[in-house]
Write a protein that binds this ligand. Structure first.
Ligand SMILES: NC(=O)c1ccc[n+]([C@@H]2O[C@H](COP(=O)([O-])OP(=O)(O)OC[C@H]3O[C@@H](n4cnc5c(N)ncnc54)[C@H](OP(=O)(O)O)[C@@H]3O)[C@@H](O)[C@H]2O)c1
Length: 195
């Protein structure tokens, strides 16, 4: 009788864990100008980025299981973040993992299935896509995003990188606006969309 009870309880717990397995979130985070630029002609966005946007970014980084970015963004900004990272580069043939000062960096080359396999294998639940334009484009094209967070800074930048860079997107996915907040006096907007 005691054994049957234990089996029953184990089954209930297993069922609960299957049903309530936390959902995988793949979140794109970007700061843009009013006209959709993520950099100016010098390749930087830092002089347009507000303190409130920086705070939001740090909060998101802290809450994520893994940070994902292109090789250029990695070299420019993120090399020292204390989180596991997946860095896109065509200079690697297959997956390669480095461990530098205890930090795990997985170098990755362009396979949707391989990407999903790593995320599943390492049981990441909160994946943060930090850019840049080529990587944002790849994730939109692969239809892998669950959330988009855009901080719109109140500037118009005459030349620089657009949010998305790559070959034409043929898809037409729909996004719902979940929230829109003005986060400071100068009028920076934080937009959250969900697929
Ligand atoms: N405003 C913002 O929120 C924001 C956020 C992030 C970045 N940025 C800015 O964006 C700029 C960088 O953006 P970016 O578009 O030029 O570069 P990126 O997306 O950061 O990196 C591009 C590199 O990623 C690799 N790559 C791209 N697509 C790939 C694929 N499908 N498979 C494998 N590897 C792939 C290639 O690396 P290899 O050359 O090694 O093959 C490519 O050169 C920087 O100036 C940064 O400051 C702005």
């Amino acid at each position: 009788m005691k054994q049957i009870k234990i089996i029953l309880i184990t089954n209930i717990i297993a069922k609960f864990l299957t049903v309530y397995k936390p959902m995988l979130r793949i979140e794109l985070i970007a700061a843009i100008s009013i006209n959709g630029k993520i950099t100016d002609k010098t390749g930087s966005f830092s002089k347009y980025s507000s303190k409130e946007d920086q705070e939001f970014l740090h909060k998101k980084i802290k809450a994520s299981d893994v940070l994902v970015m292109g090789r250029k963004t990695f070299e420019k900004h993120v090399e020292k973040a204390k989180k596991p990272m997946i860095v896109f580069s065509r200079q690697v043939r297959h997956l390669e993992t480095d461990k530098k000062d205890g930090q795990q960096i997985t170098w990755f080359n362009d396979s949707r299935q391989e990407f999903l396999n790593i995320i599943d294998l390492l049981q990441y639940k909160k994946v943060t896509i930090l850019g840049g334009a080529e990587i944002y484009h790849w994730f939109i094209k692969q239809n892998l995003l669950t959330d988009i967070f855009l901080t719109v800074e109140p500037y118009i930048i005459d030349s620089g990188k657009n949010l998305l860079e790559g070959t034409l997107l043929e898809m037409n996915s729909k996004w719902k606006l979940k929230s829109a907040k003005k986060i400071n006096k100068k009028g920076t907007l934080l937009l959250h969309y969900q697929s």
